[in-house]
Design a protein around this ligand. Structure first.
Ligand SMILES: Cc1cc2nc3c(=O)[nH]c(=O)nc-3n(C[C@H](O)[C@H](O)[C@H](O)COP(=O)(O)O)c2cc1C
Ligand SMILES: Nc1ncnc2c1ncn2[C@@H]1O[C@H](COP(=O)(O)OP(=O)(O)OP(=O)(O)O)[C@@H](O)[C@H]1O
Length: 144
């Protein structure tokens, strides 16, 4: 029997919101099995560090119905989990700072045969806060 096609999504996933659910559903539509790599807090250097622990963020992502497998990322080399998962496609988030061409080049260099696609954004709705940063700001405004 042929194996299921694997899609990979990745991110910090600190304080889950419907934007995360949209991304993971979109990523899941690229394959039959969705694997999620949760960034280690030590590697989140491009924005404020996550509020919740590595362990808690992985547990919450793993509990989502759309997710088949979730794991904590590697401490140093983001391509180690990719080599282990052997995905058919990596789906970048709509606003993820990673450059798709740069990732494709790194994959080629390592001999990994895998597509790189970009997910769509969830449309803003007046009753939704679709950003962890904005949720934290709202908490500080209302409870700080
Ligand atoms: C293909 C790919 C693999 C990744 N693997 C890891 C990893 O092994 N360990 C890790 O800490 N972060 C990993 N990341 C996450 C990024 O390093 C970065 O922290 C992540 O995009 C979080 O940013 P965001 O929440 O703003 O999207 C990976 C990202 C990509 C695109
Ligand atoms: N509104 C949204 N629509 C679609 N995808 C989203 C949305 N918000 C987050 N994502 C995606 O979810 C993944 C993880 O996002 P991340 O953990 O950085 O959350 P965030 O809410 O964007 O954080 P912050 O507000 O701190 O920047 C990223 O790939 C990101 O593109």
């Amino acid at each position: 029997m042929s194996r299921q096609t694997r899609a990979v999504a990745q991110g910090t996933f600190d304080i889950l919101h419907p934007g995360h659910v949209h991304y993971l559903r979109d990523a899941a539509s690229y394959g039959e099995e969705l694997h999620v790599i949760v960034a280690r807090a030590d590697n989140v250097t491009h924005k404020a560090p996550p509020i919740l622990s590595d362990r808690q963020r992985v547990e919450m992502v793993r509990a989502l119905g759309v997710v088949d497998h979730a794991r904590l990322g590697h401490p140093e080399d983001i391509f180690v989990p990719i080599e282990e998962i052997e995905p058919d496609v990596i789906v970048l988030g709509y606003d993820q700072h990673h450059d798709a061409e740069g990732i494709r080049a790194a994959l080629r260099e390592r001999g990994i045969d895998c597509r790189v696609e970009r997910a769509t954004a969830r449309e803003d709705h007046p009753d939704e806060l679709l950003s962890t940063g904005r949720i934290v700001d709202r908490i500080l405004e209302q409870r700080g």
